[in-house]
Write a protein that binds this ligand. Structure first.
Ligand SMILES: O=C(O)CCC(=O)C(=O)O
Ligand SMILES: [Fe+2]
Length: 304
C-alpha cells in the first residue's frame, strides 16, 4: 500500500503522520504527499512549459543537446540514457537543469559535471523563469520532507540540513512519447532502476505509467494528479540511513498515450559522506553520482 501524507502535518510533527512516514520509507520506499504549498495550477504550468520545449523542431533541441554540448544539462534525446544495463536505452526524452554555482561557492571553478552551467532554449517564452522558480520551490519542499524523515528516524530535525548547502539537485522533464510500435520486451520509457541520490520529488501530468516494485516483488501502478507529489528515495539515502530508508526499483513501460513527468532529484553537496553512520568506509556523494551518470548516459558511457 502506498501511504498518502500531508506535508503541513509533517511540518508540525504530527505523531500519526510521522508514524505513516516511518512505515512508508522503510517498507515500500514510495509515498504521495499533498499540502506542499505548490498548487496544481503551478505544476500544470511547469508541465506545459516542458511540453512546449519537447514539441520544438529537433534542430532547436539539438542546440542544447547534452551529447553535443558535453554537459549533463539540457536536452537528452530518446535513447540517450540506459538506466538498466539489461534493457535497451530508454525511449523517453529529457530536459535537465540543476544547481548554479555562485562565484564565491567552494566548488566554483572545479569543473564538476554535477554543477555544470545550465543550458536554456531561447525559443520557448518564459521557459527559463518558470522552470527556475519551480526548481527553487521544489527544493524547499524536498528539504521539508527530509526534515520530517530525520524526525521520524529519531534524529534532530535539521540533521541533514548542512549537507544540502550546495545541493547536487537536478530537475528533469521526462517526455514519454507513445510507445513505439516496434518496441519489444527490452524497450521501456524508462527501464527498471533505483534513483541515485537522496529524495526524488515527482510531479506528473496525472497519467498512469509509473510502476513500483512492492516488497512481494509485484509491480504496482502509482499515479498522482498535479498538486499531489510522488516521493521516493535513492541509493545515497539508503546507504546513509543504513537501510532504514529504501531505494525502490521503478520503471515506466509506456503506452498508447504520451506522458510527461517532472522529477526533482534532491541530492546533497558533493563532499558529503553518505556512508552508514560509524562505517569505516567513505562514500562521497559527488563521486557516487558522477559514477552513476557515467554508467547510464550513453554519451558518457562512450567517453569513460
Ligand atoms: O516518469 C515517472 O513517473 C518516473 C521517472 C523516473 O523514475 C526517473 O526519471 O527517474
Ligand atoms: Fe526514477
Amino acid at each position: 500500500m502506498i501511504e498518502h501524507l500531508d506535508l503541513e502535518k509533517l511540518d508540525r510533527c504530527d505523531t500519526a503522520e510521522l508514524a505513516k512516514l516511518t512505515r512508508a520509507v522503510g517498507e515500500v520506499g514510495f509515498l504521495t504527499v499533498s499540502n506542499t504549498g505548490i498548487s496544481a495550477s503551478r505544476v500544470e504550468r511547469v508541465i506545459s512549459a516542458y511540453h512546449a520545449f519537447f514539441r520544438l523542431p529537433e534542430a532547436e533541441k539539438r542546440r542544447v543537446d547534452m551529447a553535443v554540448t558535453g554537459s549533463n544539462r539540457g536536452w537528452g534525446a530518446s535513447r540517450s540514457e540506459q538506466v538498466d544495463p539489461a534493457a535497451n536505452p530508454d525511449f523517453k526524452e529529457v530536459f535537465d537543469c540543476g544547481y548554479e554555482l555562485a562565484e564565491t561557492n567552494r566548488y566554483f571553478g572545479k569543473n564538476l559535471s554535477v554543477y555544470a552551467p545550465n543550458q536554456w532554449p531561447e525559443t520557448v517564452p518564459e521557459f527559463r523563469s518558470i522552470i527556475e522558480t519551480y526548481y527553487g520551490d521544489a527544493c524547499s519542499v524536498a528539504k521539508r520532507v527530509l526534515r520530517a524523515i530525520s524526525v521520524a528516524l529519531g534524529k534532530d530535525a535539521n540533521s541533514f540540513d548542512t549537507a544540502f548547502d550546495t545541493p547536487m539537485a537536478l530537475l528533469r522533464g521526462n517526455y514519454y512519447p507513445q510507445r513505439p510500435v516496434s518496441a519489444g520486451e527490452k524497450d521501456f520509457g524508462i527501464g527498471a532502476h533505483t534513483d541515485y541520490g537522496c529524495l526524488t520529488l515527482l510531479a506528473t501530468d496525472g497519467r498512469a505509467g509509473l510502476e513500483v516494485q512492492m516488497p512481494d516483488q509485484s509491480w504496482a501502478q502509482v499515479q498522482a494528479q498535479p498538486g499531489t507529489f510522488i516521493i521516493n528515495f535513492g541509493e545515497m539515502l539508503e546507504f546513509w540511513t543504513a537501510g532504514a530508508v529504501k531505494a525502490t526499483l521503478h520503471r515506466v513501460i509506456g503506452g498508447s498515450a504520451e506522458r510527461l513527468s517532472v522529477p526533482l532529484f534532491f541530492n546533497p553537496s558533493y563532499d558529503t559522506n553518505v556512508a552508514p553512520p560509524h562505517s569505516e568506509n567513505v562514500i562521497q556523494a559527488g563521486e557516487h553520482l558522477t559514477r552513476r551518470f557515467n554508467e547510464t548516459y550513453v554519451h558518457l558511457q562512450a567517453a569513460s
